[in-house]
Design a binder for this molecule. Structure first.
Ligand SMILES: [Zn+2]
Ligand SMILES: [Zn+2]
Length: 909
């Protein structure tokens, strides 16, 4: 089916070709962009070289080529819902690219692209078309250079060189920065590939709207710098940036109209078909579901392979959506049990030799998928049942769509994503009122915001807060309450609201538990793992100690504490001061958390993702995904990297960025839910070469040198694939080190030796202890033996048979048995009954010889059984050796006294 060109061969041929032309083959960057908080996922091959194009970074090579893992889920061309509906949209895909950083330019880029496509891959020149830039807006004119090289360096028919304007053939990185014209190569799949043949007046053409011509390769010629004024100036160094969609190329070379029919996807589809037990005809009937699953399992496998975990926001949310959508489509194939984890094996087996992170993390990938699948299947059953009801009602009522409120209810209350509702409704020929859905969602948010102005049905506590907020707003309509923990640790302001013992009040006295609202505050309220500030609020003739901060409702921040002296009143002017020392400790730990995160990624790999954190004054806690415990060397290396960053005394700076600007780089709308319109980006290090950049709303030191010493206190596992590090900085690290030293010194003093000889001394002591124990054991045995010999004086005779009955001290039943054996050996015949108390339980053992069992009818088992009854117990065993226990240790002596009589009775039977 795939002919001579397997996808593996196509990829390798591309890389080999450019390597032969002097390119360094670089590995794919992670799907999680490094040092680019504005980018949700790596979405193009050039992402990892952005700094080079911006002139901020360099590489040891000037020519590079690779296949880059990419993920696109937002933007006008890549709505998740489109994926699977045709043969060409994907969430995850590979992008082949070759780059020149100030090295070769248009001539080589065009000539090599042509050579590879026609002479190596063997595509017919007549089916290829090239587009070049011709300015339709400004005065850049025609890219004559490109036209010239197409005409002189290739054998393309000259009428296959087409001119296009800014929309199609001019590439820009952003509003400012490097940009330039591009030249695209399109492939003509022939008239039969046109999906608009029946549309009157349709003409197939390059950059048209049918499936006949497809863009294969985009060659970008970066030659201008766009300034804020809009002016373009030539760049001193000109670059080449190319991208070729791998899946498309494979489809073309394998002669398939749909990417899903290539060997990249078909093995996955066949596997799903086998699991679903469907015929080929059934498969074709449900082909959309197959495509969705085949696309999504690739995305899910690669995302988890790069450390993304299912979550309710950001990247984790995208992963969750994609996985859940696949599971949902699996349902339509009758797959009601988890199937995705097993499917990940097909992807890993297929791609693992190109992307080694997949086989390395196979177990982690599969267990993450399985867990999420199980969670979702539980939710899905409930939500889908309700949706079926809603659909039936809608149909009965003759409606054409599901109302926005209903869709929102399914999402909000039952956890059924809008995407799923939409897909299911569509199968029933119904639409979803999405505007209504978004309106319902907005309304709910607005209710949340405006709730302060309504009487709320809420518990009395939150009602108090809402009333208080209303009261403050009525009194001070034009004075917004402000919160700024970043610029200062002390503010002059006034008390605008008081809760005393949870009730709205006008004043409070010494000893009262209060929650104060100030017009302004610089006290940090717990968020993003960083704990709340504490401190003092001083009034004209009173003082409040603040022990906690809370944000009980949007727009209201309260200082929790108690009045230490005086009487406070609403309206009093105050000075509010954060406990500085404590705050500094917190800030040291918070900045160190960012350094730690970066260092972990350097040491353990870029899959490391923050899974939670606590930033307190005395320590920091950082949870992250990693499959195994860290070695002592890895811990030490992380400490060294963090310490180097501290000693480098990097500047620490936060900048606010318009969320909309971030959007242009592909950050999807989900982020707005969490971060609002402006995101705060925290950078550690110089702007040109940052050590770390993260979205963060916390407070930080000014330079890394402020952090002081850094020390990892512990590293442990807290769940499947999640590790936890506890660490300390500054004063915390010092006290940890001092405590360690004090303990060592204490040990040295106890051992009475110098500090550095502790180890030797302990080893020697252990050896001495071992010898002493062996000696003690030997002596104890000798002692027991001697005591036992003395007991032999107590032997009595019952009908001519020697009987020893004794209560002994034995640490365990083994010793008891051993004593019985000694007796049998010594007496060469006779009966022994020994009793002892072990762990508050009376134990009996009786033994005799085989000879006496046969000739005289002695039975040790019967003997102990009868005796044990007297102590409230039971037991038994062989005729020559038996053991029994009881419940009343105080009856042991009495019981043993009965032994001769019972033996006698036994002999007379
Ligand atoms: Zn057409
Ligand atoms: Zn942070």
């Amino acid at each position: 089916m795939t002919g001579a060109w397997s996808s593996d061969k196509i990829r390798q041929t591309f890389l080999d070709f450019f390597e032969a032309h002097g390119h360094t083959i670089v590995p794919s960057a992670s799907l999680v962009p490094q040092d680019d908080p504005t980018l949700l996922f790596t979405n193009a091959g050039m992402n990892q070289f952005k700094d080079v194009f911006l002139g901020l970074g360099t590489r040891p090579y000037t020519r590079a080529a690779d296949t880059q893992k990419c993920m696109r889920v937002a933007g006008k061309h890549n709505d998740l819902e489109d994926v699977g509906r045709d043969g060409s949209h994907h969430t995850f895909f590979e992008m082949l690219g070759n780059w020149s950083f100030g090295d070769y330019y248009k001539r080589e880029a065009i000539a090599w692209a042509w050579e590879l496509l026609t002479q190596v891959y063997g595509l017919e020149p007549d089916r290829l078309w090239a587009t070049v830039f011709s300015d339709d807006i400004g005065d850049l004119g025609l890219d004559e250079e490109a036209v010239h090289f197409w005409q002189t360096e290739t054998s393309i028919p000259h009428d296959h060189i087409l001119h296009f304007g800014r929309k199609d053939n001019f590439w820009e990185m952003g509003d400012t920065g490097p940009c330039g014209p591009c030249s695209e190569i399109h492939y003509d799949r022939g008239p039969e590939a046109c999906d608009k043949r029946n549309v009157p007046g349709h003409v197939c053409r390059v950059n048209g709207d049918c499936d006949r011509f497809i863009e294969l390769w985009n060659l970008v010629f970066i030659q201008y710098d766009r300034h804020a004024s809009g002016e373009l100036t030539p760049l001193p160094a000109r670059h080449i940036d190319t991208g070729m969609g791998f899946e498309r190329l494979v489809a073309v070379l394998q002669g398939k109209l749909s990417n899903y029919r290539t060997d990249l996807f078909w093995p996955i589809i066949e596997h799903v078909q086998a699991v679903a037990g469907q015929s080929d005809a059934e498969r074709e009937h449900h082909i959309i579901a197959y495509r969705v699953i085949a696309d999504h399992i690739r995305a899910v496998t690669f995302l988890i392979g790069d450390g993304v975990l299912p979550a309710n926001d950001g990247r984790g949310y995208v992963l969750r959506m994609v996985l859940r959508r696949a599971v949902r489509f699996g349902r339509t194939l009758g797959l009601t049990e988890p199937f995705m984890a097993e499917l990940a094996d097909v992807v890993i087996d297929r791609m693992g030799h190109v992307f080694p992170e997949l086989p390395t993390r196979r177990a982690f990938i599969k267990s993450t998928i399985l867990g999420e699948e199980r969670r979702f299947l539980r939710t899905l059953d409930q939500g889908l049942a309700k949706l079926e009801e809603i659909i039936a009602e809608a149909k009965a009522a003759g409606a054409t769509e599901i109302s926005g409120e209903q869709a929102f209810f399914l999402h909000d209350t039952l956890g059924l994503p809008l995407e799923v509702t939409r897909d299911v409704a569509e199968e029933h020929g119904l639409g979803v009122d999405e505007e209504g859905y978004h309106a319902a969602r907005e309304a709910q948010r607005a209710r949340g915001r405006a709730s302060a102005t309504f009487e709320m049905v809420a518990d009395s506590k939150s009602q108090q807060y809402l009333r208080l907020l209303n009261k403050i707003k009525e009194k001070l309509p034009d004075q917004p309450l402000t919160y700024d923990p970043y610029t200062t640790m002390q503010v002059k302001t006034q008390v605008v609201g008081v809760l005393r013992d949870g009730q709205i009040a006008d004043e409070a006295r010494k000893g009262d538990a209060v929650e104060l609202v100030l017009q302004k505050t610089c006290f940090y309220v717990e968020s993003g793992g960083q704990v709340s500030d504490t401190g003092v609020i001083e009034g004209p003739d009173w003082e409040v100690t603040v022990t906690d901060m809370r944000r009980p409702t949007e727009g209201l921040i309260v200082h929790v504490g108690h009045v230490t002296w005086g009487t406070l009143r609403v309206g009093d002017p105050v000075v509010a001061s954060v406990d500085r020392e404590r705050r500094w400790d917190i800030m040291r730990n918070h900045t160190a958390t960012h350094l730690l995160h970066r260092a972990l990624r350097q040491v353990l790999g870029e899959h490391v993702q923050q899974a939670g954190s606590v930033v307190a004054p005395d320590r920091l806690r950082f949870d992250f995904n990693h499959g195994e415990p860290m070695t002592p060397e890895q811990r030490a290396e992380v400490e060294r990297i963090v310490t180097r960053a501290i000693l480098a005394n990097y500047p620490v700076e936060a900048r606010e960025e318009k969320y909309r600007d971030a959007l242009k780089q592909g950050v999807i709308a989900l982020f707005t839910e969490k971060y609002g319109d402006v995101v705060r980006v925290l950078r550690v290090g110089e702007a040109t070469d940052p050590f770390s950049q993260e979205l963060c709303g916390g407070t930080h030191v000014k330079r890394t040198g402020d952090i002081g010493p850094f020390l990892i206190l512990s590293e442990s596992g807290i769940g499947a694939g999640i590790r936890r590090i506890e660490a300390a900085t500054g004063r915390g690290a010092l006290s940890a080190i001092q405590a360690l030293r004090a303990r060592n010194e204490e040990v040295a003093a106890t051992l009475n030796c110098p500090l550095d000889e502790i180890g030797d001394r302990v080893q020697r002591l252990q050896e001495e202890l071992r010898q002493a124990r062996r000696e003690a054991e030997r002596l104890a045995r000798r002692l027991a033996r001697a005591e036992f010999e003395a007991l032999l004086n107590q032997v009595q005779e019952i009908n001519g048979i020697p009987l020893l009955v004794a209560q002994v001290d034995a640490p365990d039943t083994d010793t008891l048995r051993e004593m019985a054996d000694w007796f049998r050996a010594k007496m060469k015949g006779g009966v022994v009954v020994l009793g002892t108390v072990i762990n508050d339980r009376p134990i009996l053992i009786a033994a005799t010889t085989q000879e006496l069992v046969k000739t005289r009818g002695v039975h040790a088992g019967q003997l102990v059984r009868e005796l044990a009854k007297l102590m409230g117990g039971g037991g038994g065993g062989r005729p020559d050796m038996a053991q029994a226990g009881g419940r009343h240790p105080d009856k042991l002596t009495e019981t043993l006294q009965r032994a001769p009589a019972i033996l006698q009775a036994m002999l007379q039977r």
